[in-house]
Design a protein around this ligand. Structure first.
Ligand SMILES: NC(=O)c1ccc[n+]([C@@H]2O[C@H](COP(=O)([O-])OP(=O)(O)OC[C@H]3O[C@@H](n4cnc5c(N)ncnc54)[C@H](O)[C@@H]3O)[C@@H](O)[C@H]2O)c1
Ligand SMILES: [Zn+2]
Length: 363
C-alpha cells in the first residue's frame, strides 16, 4: 500500500492506494457520530458487501446508505436534493461523515452533498474507477445543470481518500481507457513524468496490477503536487486542463455518455499537441507517439470527425477557461513543461483540420 500526502495551506490529508485499502477505514471513522454512505448503485451491487464488511469490521454496523444512479446520471439537482434529505433523515449532524463509494460522478455528487449539508461536513472518498485517481483528489465537487456540466459545485476537500485497487478489476474496457487517459495526461504535464516510456511500451491488454498501481500512484502524486501549489485554480492547477478544451467539446457534442470523459480527453490531448506544434514550437514526435499509443489501445479517435468544427468551436468558446473572450489552451512545448497560450479561431480551425487529416478522416 502507498500513502500520498496532499498538503494544503489549511489542512492536509492522505490518499491510501493499494490492495485491501478499504480494510483501513476504521481509523478514519473514530470521530464520526454517524456514517452515511452515498454509493453508485452499480458499484454497490458489485462491491457493496466489501464496504459493509469493512465498516462492520470497524464496529460500524449501523450506517445509513443511499444508492444513486450509476455514473453521470446522479449528478443532477434532483439527486443532490435527495442526498440532503437523506442526510437529514439519517440524523446526520456536523460531526457525521459521508462516504463516497463509486467513480468520479458519485464522488462529485457525494462530495458536494457533504460540502452543503449543514454548511459542510466531513467526507471520505472511496474511488472505484481509474479515472477517480484524478477526481477524488483535489476537492472539486459538484453536479451538472441542464445547460452545463459541473456548473454548480464547491471546493470541499475530503478528510481522506481510500483507494482500494482490488475494486478496479471489474471495470469495463472503456472505463479503463477513460481513466488511463488522465494517467497519460499526468505523465505528460509533469516535469518528473516518464511519458516517453509509457507511450512506447504500455498496452492496456497486458497491463499487470503492479504497473497499473504505479501509474495510479504517479498520477495522484502529480495531482497532489499541483493542487498543493494552487488549490483554487489561480495558476498551475490550470495545467490539469491539458486536453480538456477540445476534449470537453467532443464529449458535449457526442452527448454525455456517448464517449467517456477520458476517451474525449485523449482526442483533446492530440488536438492540444497539434496546437502546441503550431503555437509553441512543440516537436511532432510527441504527437505521433500519443497518436500511436491511443490507436494501439483502442481509443475511438475518429469520433471527433462526427462533428463539424463549427459545432466543436461553439462548445470551446463556452468553456470555462475561455476567459475574457479569449480562447486559452494548455500548450505543451515540451513534455513536462505546460504553459497557457492564447489561440485565435483560425489557429483552432487549422489544428482541427490537421487532426482530421492525421486521423485519416476528411476535414
Ligand atoms: N472533481 C474532479 O476533480 C473531477 C476530475 C475529473 C473528472 N470528474 C468527474 O468524474 C466523472 C467521471 O468519473 P468516472 O470516469 O469515474 O466515471 P463514473 O463515475 O461516471 O463511472 C463510470 C461507470 O463505471 C461504473 N463503475 C464504477 N466503478 C466500477 C467498478 N469498480 N466496476 C465496474 N463498474 C464500475 C459506474 O457505475 C458507471 O457506470 C465526471 O462526472 C467528471 O466530471 C471530476
Ligand atoms: Zn478530466
Amino acid at each position: 500500500m502507498e500513502t500520498i500526502r496532499v498538503d494544503l495551506s489549511e489542512r492536509e490529508y492522505d490518499v491510501l492506494v493499494g490492495t485491501g485499502t478499504l480494510g483501513r477505514i476504521g481509523s478514519f471513522l473514530e470521530k464520526a457520530d454517524r456514517i452515511a454512505v452515498i454509493a453508485d448503485e452499480r458499484v454497490a451491487g458489485i462491491h457493496g458487501e466489501k464496504l459493509e464488511r469493512a465498516l462492520a469490521g470497524a464496529g460500524r454496523r449501523k450506517t445509513a446508505w443511499l444508492n444513486v444512479p450509476a455514473g453521470e446520471a446522479c449528478k443532477t439537482l434532483e439527486w443532490f436534493g435527495r442526498t440532503q434529505q437523506f442526510l437529514l433523515e439519517a440524523g446526520c449532524t456536523r460531526q457525521s461523515l459521508v462516504i463516497a463509494f463509486g467513480g468520479g460522478a458519485c464522488g462529485d455528487l457525494a462530495g458536494f452533498a457533504a460540502a452543503c449539508y449543514m454548511r459542510g461536513i466531513d467526507f471520505i472518498q472511496c474511488p472505484t474507477t481509474i479515472l477517480a485517481h484524478d477526481s477524488s483528489v483535489g476537492g472539486k465537487t459538484g453536479i451538472n445543470l441542464p445547460g452545463g456540466k459541473n456548473m454548480t459545485g464547491a471546493f470541499h476537500q475530503p478528510a481522506a481518500v481510500l483507494y482500494d485497487t482490488d475494486l478496479l478489476k471489474t471495470l469495463p474496457a472503456e472505463e479503463i481507457r477513460s481513466g488511463m487517459a488522465e494517467a497519460v495526461k499526468h505523465q505528460l504535464i509533469s516535469p518528473s513524468g516518464n511519458a516517453g516510456e509509457m507511450l512506447s511500451e504500455l498496452n492496456y491488454g497486458d497491463m499487470d496490477e503492479q504497473t497499473l498501481l504505479q501509474y495510479i500512484v504517479r498520477g495522484i502524486q502529480v495531482k497532489a503536487e499541483i493542487v498543493s501549489q494552487d488549490e483554487r485554480e489561480g495558476s498551475v492547477r490550470k495545467y490539469l486542463n491539458f486536453g480538456h478544451t477540445y476534449g470537453h467539446a467532443v464529449e458535449a457534442a457526442a452527448g454525455y455518455g456517448g464517449l467517456t470523459h477520458g476517451e474525449s480527453v485523449m482526442i483533446g490531448m492530440l488536438y492540444a499537441l497539434i496546437l502546441s506544434e503550431r503555437l509553441a514550437g512543440a516537436d511532432r514526435s510527441v504527437t505521433d507517439a500519443l497518436q500511436h499509443f491511443a490507436e494501439r489501445n483502442g481509443y475511438p479517435l475518429k469520433a471527433a470527425a462526427d462533428f463539424p468544427f463549427s459545432e466543436l468551436f461553439a462548445y470551446m468558446k463556452k468553456d470555462k477557461k475561455a476567459s475574457f473572450g479569449e480562447l486559452q489552451f494548455v500548450l505543451l512545448p515540451e513534455t513536462g513543461r505546460p504553459e497557457i497560450g492564447k489561440a485565435e479561431e483560425e489557429d483552432c480551425r487549422e489544428a482541427d483540420e490537421e487532426l482530421r487529416k492525421r486521423l485519416g478522416v476528411q476535414p
